[in-house]
Design a binder for this molecule. Structure first.
Ligand code: NAP
Length: 241
């Protein structure tokens, strides 16, 4: 199996893309540690994963949590960072600056914190995979901060690839993916929203978490790929609006 005997840490592994990657990496032979901030969600996720997986409660807003996670894990082969919270579209003019800064806390600064503590423990041949989003290159009104955040992750990815080599650093840039990130949208409106988002792709579809997991596995396994942002978006970046 491709990841046989490898140790993989997935921060954000209790749901969505991270959980799908935990499943896929376990099936490929890896021992997986999932981490997230909510103990209940973490335990529910672990219940559906093989016994080779373990879970650690970590809030990436808290550096001590992140440091303790990696001190406990020790050496690892790959770290995948998918932790993120939901951000409602909002014009910059309506956004208090503290709230604007807060939008970077988990997705950008959390990733920085995780890399800071993971990188020196990554074994030769290993890698780090971060998460941006198509909003980085195809923003809509109300998403300027999300666009800045995702673009910052992509710049961070390239900078870290240069700085941490030979550890490889890549990012996945997802389009709209069916995960619990969309749960705050009332169920009565979700189907219509997904239909609209699907219509803005070339494939006329919403992505599934398994399709992001497949991208994660590719980036972990291919030792000649670093500094890359892999778009998995059904062609949303190319499709007309
Ligand atoms: N779904 C999409 O359409 C889409 C599109 C583009 C980009 N993205 C980005 O992709 C990433 C993954 O999204 P997803 O769709 O897989 O979302 P998801 O299903 O909501 O998963 C998010 C994960 O992040 C964890 N998390 C949230 N805050 C955390 C914190 N402070 N510390 C540690 N873990 C934390 C959550 O677990 P706990 O609640 O237990 O902490 C959960 O495991 C996010 O950054 C999202 O912005 C998503």
């Amino acid at each position: 199996m491709a990841l046989s005997g490898q140790r993989i840490v997935i921060i954000g592994g209790s749901s969505g893309m991270g959980l799908a990657s935990a499943r896929a990496a376990s099936a490929a032979g890896a021992a997986v540690t999932i981490a997230s901030s909510d103990q209940g969600r973490l335990e529910a996720a672990l219940a559906g994963l093989p016994g080779s997986c373990e879970g650690v409660v970590v809030n990436t807003r808290n550096e001590a949590d992140v440091a303790a996670l990696f001190a406990g894990v020790g050496e690892l082969d790959h770290m995948v960072y998918t932790a993120g919270d939901t951000a409602r579209p909002q014009p910059l003019g309506d956004l208090p600056l503290d709230a604007a800064r807060e939008l970077f806390e988990v997705r950008f600064w959390g990733a920085v914190t995780a890399v800071k503590h993971a990188a020196r423990r990554v074994r030769p041949g290993g890698s780090i995979v971060l998460t941006s989003g198509t909003v980085a290159v195809r923003p809509a009104p109300g998403t300027a901060l999300a666009a800045g955040n995702a673009a910052a992750v992509e710049g961070l990815t390239r900078g870290l690839a240069a700085e941490l080599a030979p550890v490889r650093v890549n990012a996945v840039r997802p389009g709209a993916i069916r995960t619990s990130l969309w749960d705050p949208v009332p169920e009565s409106q979700r189907a219509a929203l997904f239909a609209t988002l699907a219509d803005r792709t070339l494939t006329k579809s919403i992505g599934e978490a398994d399709q992001i997991a497949a991208a994660h596995l590719y980036l972990m396994e291919n030792g000649f790929v670093t500094g890359t942002v892999l778009t998995v978006d059904g062609g949303a970046v190319l499709a007309g609006s």
